[in-house]
Design a binder for this molecule. Structure first.
Ligand SMILES: [Zn+2]
Length: 231
């Protein structure tokens, strides 16, 4: 292999290494926490606080209703006791009792709605709990395969790194320097049909001649500056 071919192979190792590192990062992050489980845990927290809020409203409403009920009873007893004889006062009190009864009926209605809300909130929590359990089970079941995949990726990465370093040592220093200096990424490009495959510009005839000789001299694409390799 001439230096340009070595660099092409070297670059393939670099790309494989990058892909493996991405894969390792993805697997490690997934093993640390499953995004679906996290989302459901957050949903459960929300469902529980909604449940708590409606339960608190229900308790308040019970309290108020109890209070109004006992006041209504007291008033009714007074009204029926026969102690009040003044007709105006009697009329006033009877109106007051009627008003209290009407309000109490409204409160009963509101309480029924609240109870429905509370049931819906309980049901929402049950659904999220079931989904979360399912997601946790699935997530745990996936883990052995993911761990295996991670171990394989790590082993391959170690091999790739060793091969990459070994190959780099075979690249002549001038070609190493040219590779490092080249700004375009990837720094190496194949030539197919007299064209640089990276930028599609035709390679000069002198460049093609040098490439065909297959010597150690590197040929750069005149347009993009990449190191050219005859395919
Ligand atoms: Zn080019």
């Amino acid at each position: 292999m001439n230096p340009a071919q070595l660099l092409l192979r070297y670059h393939a190792f670099v790309e494989r290494e990058r892909a493996l590192r991405d894969q390792i990062e993805r697997l490690e992050s997934r093993l640390q926490s499953d995004p679906e489980v996290v989302t459901l845990e957050e949903a459960l927290q929300e469902a529980r606080s909604a449940q708590d809020a409606v339960a608190a409203r229900l308790r308040d409403s019970d309290h108020t209703r109890e209070d109004h009920r006992s006041r209504l009873r007291t008033r009714e007893k007074e009204l029926m006791s026969g102690r009040i004889r003044n007709p105006t006062e009697l009329m006033q009190m009877s109106e007051e009792v009627a008003h209290m009864k009407a309000r109490f009926a409204e409160e009963e209605d509101a309480e029924l709605h609240l109870m429905e809300d509370a049931e819906a909130a309980d049901e929402a929590v049950r659904v999220v709990v079931a989904n979360l359990e399912e997601a946790r089970t699935r997530s745990a079941a996936e883990e052995p395969a993911l761990k295996e995949e991670l171990e394989e990726a790590k082993a391959e990465l170690a091999e790739i790194e060793a091969e990459r370093d070994q190959l780099w040592a075979e690249v002549p220093p001038a070609a190493q320097a040219a590779y490092t200096r080249t700004r375009a990424q990837p720094p190496v490009a194949r030539v197919v049909g007299n064209q640089c495959t990276a930028c599609r510009v035709t390679v000069t005839s002198s460049g093609m001649q040098t490439l065909r000789k297959g010597l150690d001299d590197l040929v750069h694409c005149e347009h993009c500056g990449r190191i050219l390799v005859l395919a």
